[in-house]
Design a protein around this ligand. Sequence first.
Ligand SMILES: C[S@@+](CC[C@H](N)C(=O)[O-])C[C@H]1O[C@@H](n2cnc3c(N)ncnc32)[C@H](O)[C@@H]1O
Length: 269
Amino acid sequence: MARAATSVRDALDSALIPLTAAGCENPRLDAEVLLAAAMGVDRPWLIVNSREGVPGPAARVFMDFVRRRREREPVAYITGIKGFRHIDLAVDRRVLIPRPETEFVVEAALKLPQGARVIDVGTGSGAIALALKHERPDLDVVATDVSADALDVARHNALRLGLRVGFVQTDLWGDLEADAIVSNPPYVEAGERLMPDVALFEPHGALFAGADGLDVIRRLVSAPVRFLALEHGQGQADPIEALLRGAGFTTVDRIRDLAGIERVTVAHR
Ligand SMILES: C[S@@+](CC[C@H](N)C(=O)[O-])C[C@H]1O[C@@H](n2cnc3c(N)ncnc32)[C@H](O)[C@@H]1O
């Protein structure tokens, strides 16, 4: 007699113990996202159809996904996709996984004047540049990165999304000219202990920036632009504001994330 397929609910329940034991912070959410990806459905479908059977091939893919997550591989690298503002970005281990707090950098840049020239420095997956172009097609957006691997991912995302953004492999802004720079640069202090998901899987060149985490930002503030929007770490807003004012920026606004932590600084001159 053929064995009945495992139900959606049972498949999700079976993943909870190993994911919890592995130290995953949101085991239920992780299991839902991974099962939805394995079955080619969305999460609401799983909730409405929790008694449905999981087809054999999808169940095997799900088991492999859960094994990878138990080793703390981030969910976005397993599914290969991450939502950012109103777009979905393809991601893999060559790029940082876009974070929700980075959406504030895009939001700040939405106020730029019509047709402004903008550089996204350290574009990674293309997150900031592509989300901005998607929401403000009038802007002239160029994205840079030192990593050729990251630029491959970003170019692939631009093609997938049909967004016209230029890509340049260079240190910071190279010899490009612009009205504005937006950036989520590396800003983690050398030696800082990170969650295994980050430390073991995300590219270290995207994370670390010297003893105080400010090595890249110290150079970024000298950019010859009228507008600069930077993401940074908790506790870095004071030294960054001092650096910006020292570089001649006259207006400096500090933006808090949803947890109330200052994570983005926006400067004008
Ligand atoms: C924190 S990640 C941000 C990626 C993407 N902007 C995002 O928010 O998801 C920083 C990126 O900056 C790049 N990077 C590091 N140093 C750089 C430099 N000096 N010039 C240009 N890009 C740099 C890294 O390769 C990495 O892709």
